[in-house]
Write a protein that binds this ligand. Structure first.
Ligand code: ITT
Length: 209
């Protein structure tokens, strides 16, 4: 059984739709360190969640990166949704020269064992950061390896449409439809999370074979 670590039921719906019933939600609120990148945040969370669960964990950290706002809200997407809300984010972009944006998702896997070095650059970035600061970003070094998988979807910020999905889905349009106008399967086929889940599923199948 794989523990999908999140407090967000929308993420669990998408992960179980993709990975099946071998996945269960672990409703655990890990400490989110401050970083401009999602990778180190997810990696740190995976180590903490693994120590908590003492079983394999997959942490999911996501963010909306708006071109006209130089990537904001990015790693602060959760705080911004809770405080100003998605309509105000959309309003900020309304008059901008470009409405382009990207949604990113990083999945961080930890099961207490080691992995082969990964060609995935985000994993290399994480290891560079870990070498500089310790894997927890706080100078400690518990030596727990973490494998990272990133998925990105590009799109446009639009006025809210649709009532599916969650979070920023109503204001993020991809190929003419907002993510909130798609069902779970359709969203997984194009989304940041679906793409990260695809990379993870391929690797995990090999690992557990
Ligand atoms: P956990 O940290 O417990 O997983 P969270 O909802 O805070 O839950 P994130 O920090 O990864 O998760 O999410 C950052 C923000 O982006 C938050 O406001 C989410 O609602 C939103 N978000 C994440 N994935 C999304 C998606 O697929 N579609 C729309 N919004 C999403």
């Amino acid at each position: 059984m794989l523990n999908y670590v999140t407090t967000n039921p929308g993420k669990v719906r998408e992960a179980t739709d993709y990975l099946g019933d071998d996945v269960a939600q672990l409703d655990f609120d890990y400490v989110e360190i401050q970083s401009a990148e999602l990778g180190p945040i997810a990696a740190r969370g995976a180590r903490e969640a693994y120590r908590h669960a003492d079983a394999p964990v997959l942490v999911d950290d996501a963010g909306l990166f708006v071109d006209a706002l130089d990537g904001f809200p990015g790693p602060y997407s959760s705080y911004v949704e809770e405080t100003v809300g998605i309509e105000r984010v959309q309003a900020l972009v309304d008059d901008a020269a470009t409405h382009r944006a990207a949604f990113r998702c990083v999945l961080a896997y930890c099961d207490g064992d080691g992995f082969d070095a990964s060609p995935d650059p985000i994993d290399r970035d994480d290891r560079i950061e870990a070498a500089a600061t310790g894997p927890d970003g706080d100078g400690s070094d518990d030596g727990l390896p973490v494998k990272l998988f990133e998925g990105i979807v590009r799109g446009r910020i639009v006025e809210p449409r649709g009532d599916g999905g969650f979070g920023y889905d109503p204001i993020f349009e991809h190929n003419g439809r907002t993510l909130a106008e798609m069902n779970t399967e359709e969203k997984n086929a194009v989304s940041h999370r679906g793409r990260a889940l695809a990379k993870f599923a391929e690797w995990y199948q090999e690992r557990t074979r």
